[in-house]
Each structure stands twice: as C-alpha cells, then as structure tokens.
Ligand binder design. Structure first.
Ligand SMILES: Nc1ncnc2c1ncn2[C@@H]1O[C@H](COP(=O)(O)OP(=O)(O)OP(=O)(O)O)[C@@H](O)[C@H]1O
Length: 331
C-alpha cells in the first residue's frame, strides 16, 4: 500500500480534527478601501475522520478561514485548534497536522514533481530516509511524470501534484480549496477516488467547492458560510431534510385537464404542468402525500404516474444565502 494512502500517524487522537471558536477577521483598510470584516464570530467543529464541506458564495470568507488555518492570514480574535493544537501557542504542531491544497495551481514550473515533493518534505523536516516521494507520486498517478518539468503537466496533473505536495508530511487533516475547478470529469473522479480512499483510512477531509453535487455525494457534514458567518452547519442529510418543501408531479388519465383545476386541487394550489400533468408543492410538516392523492380522487382524476422531485443541496444553499435569509445559524 502506498504511504499516501496509509492512515496518518498522529501523535494524539482528539475527538475533533478542527475546533474554531468565535473567529473574527477584519482586514485593515488599504488603498482607499475601508476595513473589511471577512469572518464574524465563526464557530465550527470538524470531527476527526469526517468528510466536511465548506460551502459559500464568492466572497463569503472561505479562503480567509482556510488561510488562517494554514498560518497565512492572521486572525483578529477567536481561537482555532488544529488536531488539538492552538494555532497561537503551538503553531508549528498545528501546521504539521494539516495539508492544504490551494485553489491556485501555484507550482514552480522549473521543478519536477520529484524535486517539488523533496523540497516540500525538507520544509516540513521529514528526514530523507522517511520520505516516500515516489510512493506518493504513484498514488496520485504521476510516477511516470516524476522527472518531467511541472510546466509540461496538464491542469489535472498539476492539481494532483498539489494533492501529493500537501501529503508529504502525512498530515491527519487534508484541506482542499476548490480542488476540481477546471478539472475534467474523468480526472475529477480520479481525484475523488484518492481522496475518498484517504478518508476511508482515517484522514479528515475539509473541502470547499462550488459543485454542490460534490458536497452532497461526498461529505457527511456541511457548513454554509454566508457573509462571514455560519448560516448552517449540520450533517448533509439533516440539511437536505431541513427544507420543508416537496414537489409531486402527477400524470392523470383522460386529459386534457381543465384550467382552472377542480376545486380539491385548486385548494392545494396545484398547477397545470402539461395537458395531463399537475404539479403539487406541499409542506411535509403540514400535508401528507396521502392527502394530496385524496385530492386527486376527490377531483375524479385517475392517477397514471407519479414522480417526486427531491430537494437538493442547491435548494438549501439558495434558501440560506438569499438576501435577508440564513442568518439563523444552526451550528
Ligand atoms: N487581503 C484582503 N484585504 C482586504 N479584504 C480582503 C482580503 N482578502 C479577502 N478580502 C475580502 O474578504 C471577504 C472574504 O473573502 P474570501 O476570499 O475569504 O472569500 P471566499 O469565500 O474564499 O471567496 P471565493 O470563493 O471567491 O474565493 C471578501 O469580501 C474579500 O473581498
């Protein structure tokens, strides 16, 4: 098994991989711009071994949060503990516990993947005999490119090289900041299979992505950041269950349907969707599917087919990040 896919050897096993309490970041005024509050009283807990999604519209504060964890941006107030290490008091240990795959493909074009990983391992003080450069490159499918200049690698290869670089010191936490932006579907799936494998072997994953589907299928917990605050933080399943709205598309026999619809359906605010199709939106907290179907019977309509449209993370995201909504944190 390659070192890359091995469960990380952490000195301790805290319950939570990351603990953030009351984190605020105010950027100082500069170049005619006033002070900017990028994060305001953010509290988040990321359990050890989890696969955690951090979602938010552009400018929500995700990069600021990640850069504070990486030691690249200084926080204004609050505490951040990474693998139990406070970033103020144990910054070296905190930094060693985390590997960050940045958004930008910022690789030195004149280095080869082998050289890049060796330099990175040196920076983290990994002794030469403990380095597993080729094993890691193999795990990300780049062993045959070990000695090619980084500038000759495709975008997807560079992205995988960044993942490899973040893993040279075998951190127990891997943070991926928009890792699949601009990566084609095949490589994206390849990347996810590595990352899922890492997670299955114990690495905690924190992912920011614009692809809500990725968060929905990969992540067990999701936090939504909006204007520097936590708008929601819950298991992805609970978040999906939170939107109190379901849609039924019902096809009936013997159309075309009358418009307006018969009274029992009009009472449900059902809408005609086609010559023989009706759409009914209802709140599961107030109405049951049975009551909806009863309305069709009461209207003397025979149901031929019935489809439910499920709520997805995008619906939740849009609801929480719409202006004026979402400030009610459930973190
Ligand atoms: N160095 C800086 N100086 C001043 N303001 C900044 C600085 N960096 C970020 N900001 C501001 O802080 C806010 C949060 O930015 P941040 O980059 O953290 O958001 P983001 O959620 O990562 O967005 P994106 O998805 O576009 O990367 C934005 O309003 C941004 O303009």
């Amino acid at each position: 098994m390659p070192a890359f896919a091995r469960a990380p050897e952490a000195p301790r096993h805290p319950d939570n991989a990351i603990e953030i309490e009351g984190l605020t970041k105010v950027y100082r005024p500069s170049a005619g711009q006033g002070a900017k509050t990028a994060l305001e009283d953010v509290s988040l807990t990321i359990p050890r071994g989890g696969f955690f999604a951090l979602l938010g519209p552009n400018g929500a504060g995700k990069s600021t949060l990640i850069n504070i964890m990486a030691g690249l941006v200084l926080k204004t107030t609050g505490t951040v503990r990474i693998w139990g290490h406070d970033i103020d008091r144990e910054d070296r240990q905190a930094r060693c516990a985390i590997g960050i795959v940045p958004q930008e493909l910022n690789l030195d074009p004149f280095f080869t993947p082998r050289e890049l990983l060796e330099v990175q391992a040196g920076m983290y003080g990994v002794p030469k005999r403990e380095r597993r450069t080729l094993e890691i490159l193999d795990a990300v499918g780049l062993a045959d490119k070990a000695d090619a200049y980084a500038r000759t690698l495709s975008g997807g290869m560079r992205r995988r090289l960044l993942v490899a670089k973040a893993m040279v010191h075998t951190p127990p936490i891997l943070v991926l900041d928009e890792p699949t932006a601009g990566v084609d579907i095949e490589l994206r799936q390849q990347l996810w299979s590595y990352v899922k494998d890492l997670n299955a072997r114990g690495t905690t994953i924190l992912l920011t992505t614009h692809y809500l589907e990725e968060a929905e299928t990969l992540c067990d917990r999701t936090a939504i950041i909006h204007r520097g605050t936590v708008a929601a933080c819950d298991t992805t399943r609970n978040l999906l269950g939170r939107l109190d709205c379901k849609t039924l598309i019902v096809t009936v026999d013997g159309g075309p349907l009358s418009d307006p619809l018969p009274a029992p359906l009009a009472a449900l605010e059902a809408m005609v969707r086609g010559p023989d199709q009706v759409e009914v939106r209802y709140k599961p907290s107030e109405t049951t599917v049975g009551a909806v179907l009863d309305a069709f019977r009461a209207a003397d309509l025979d149901i031929r087919d019935l489809v439910t449209e499920e709520t997805d993370l995008e619906d939740i995201f849009l609801q929480l990040t719409r202006d004026g909504v979402g400030a009610t944190a459930a973190a």
